[in-house]
Design a protein around this ligand. Structure first.
Ligand code: ADP
Length: 397
């Protein structure tokens, strides 16, 4: 402001002096330069009076800017009019570039955030809100506005607007609550059926031993289903607990696959399926946890038996590596899996057909368990399938 008064005074002097046209041009250029000084610099300059103070303050502001640039969270520095004085690299990536001095609303449209920032400017209070965006992708942020105190001044001149990305946290919350809802639903169904049969046996079927016998059979089936589900849930939670600890024992996959197929003989014979092993004639060792690997191949071969039984044959191939990754392929020749289901098969409780899975004593957790175990083993599960021709589940170490 004093600079403007000074420049007007200079204009007056110029007009009464003989060389006034040149002086007026110089005056005009100086005034334009003054008005065009970026907002950030004007704020910097406003903070110190002596040259030394100004230099120290400029150093401070440069330091603050450098520090804010290095923070991996979108941050804006605003002035009292909500004009953007500075935006860091993360803010640029998240919201696009804003020219210095542009109003915040040019990029942030949310009335909630703008009102909150205005309130902080007038009240000097720290404010915080949660902001959800649908486009370009679903994101949730905790948005916070804080006044930045200036030593020796009552009112803050600058305000820090920060966006903490909590999208991953919210996604995990949602997954957790979906999981609890799904697990409760899966348990509730057999429980309701058990209750119904108990009431029938106590009431209408009290004196009907034949009906009682039949109902008790169904009740046993439902109770077994519940304990299978609880076993799988416990397996999953145990795996989650140790997901960060990599296994360290050496396991030979040749005898392990032989052991798994022997264990599944009763099921394969009952369904009329031939399980054919294609093994190299030397050991194929991986670093792993034997019991967990047994669980992986049991799940995959059992699924091939249950869902691919029409094919009447399952091939299990073990490739010995030789510079390439060690792989186990479980191939069935059943109905296969439509492509749209393939990416979701390892989600908890995801089934192509719930009825089909239930009738085959499935819990919808088998492949989720497989995926967890393989992640702990730094291995991958790949699924390929052609509808009508069968499915191939590959474990790549
Ligand atoms: P479930 O306990 O239902 O078997 P899984 O997680 O093991 O659960 O498998 C999820 C779903 O993947 C199954 O319900 C089934 O629809 C499908 N699936 C798994 N393996 C096969 C296969 N070999 N052929 C066809 N569908 C399969």
């Amino acid at each position: 402001m004093p600079l403007l008064v000074l420049s007007c005074f200079a204009l007056l002097v110029a007009l009464i002096s003989p060389g006034w046209p040149i002086v007026v041009i110089l005056w005009f250029a100086a005034t334009v330069a003054l008005v065009a000084t970026p907002v950030g610099r004007r704020i910097d300059e406003a903070k110190g009076n002596s040259a030394e103070e100004r230099r120290a303050h400029a150093g401070d502001v440069r330091g603050v800017r450098a520090a804010l640039s290095a923070i991996d969270m979108p941050l804006f520095l605003l002035d009292r009019d909500l004009a953007v004085v500075f935006q860091n690299e993360a803010a640029l990536k998240a919201f696009g570039e804003l020219t210095e001095g542009a109003h915040l609303s040019a990029r942030i449209r949310s009335p909630g955030i703008l009102d909150m920032a205005r309130d902080t400017v007038t009240s000097g209070k720290v404010n915080q809100t949660e902001h959800f965006e649908r486009l370009p992708s679903e994101r949730s942020f905790i948005v916070c506005v804080k006044p930045l105190p200036v030593p020796g001044e009552a009112r803050a001149g600058l305000f820090l607007l920060s966006f903490r990305d909590v999208s991953e946290l919210r996604r995990l919350d949602r997954m957790r609550s979906d999981f609890v809802a799904n697990a409760s639903h899966e348990l509730r169904t057999p429980l309701a059926s058990l209750r119904g049969f108990i009431e029938t046996i106590q009431g209408p079927a009290k004196d009907d031993p034949k009906a009682q016998q039949r109902f008790l059979g169904i009740m046993l089936e439902q109770a077994t289903r519940m304990s299978r589900l609880i076993d799988d849930l416990l397996s999953l939670s145990r795996l989650e607990l140790k997901s960060h600890i990599a296994p360290d024992a050496k396991v030979d996959l040749v005898p392990l696959l032989g052991h798994v197929t022997d264990g599944l003989k009763p099921l394969s014979e009952e369904l009329g399926i031939d399980i054919v092993l294609h093994m190299p004639d030397k050991p194929v060792e991986v670093i792993g946890d034997r019991d967990e690997l047994v669980q992986v191949f049991e799940n995959l071969i059992e699924n091939a038996c249950k869902y691919g039984q029409e094919g009447k044959r399952i091939d299990v191939y073990l490739s010995e590596g030789g510079g390439k990754p060690i792989e186990v392929n479980v191939v069935d020749y059943g109905p296969g899996i439509p492509a749209e289901h393939v990416p979701r098969l390892t989600e908890r409780f995801y089934r192509v057909s719930v009825e089909d899975s239930r009738s085959k004593k499935g819990t919808g957790l088998g492949l989720a368990i497989v995926k967890h175990i393989l992640t702990r083993h730094r291995a991958r599960l790949l699924v390929s399938s052609e509808v009508g021709k069968g499915a191939k589940f590959t474990v790549r170490f």
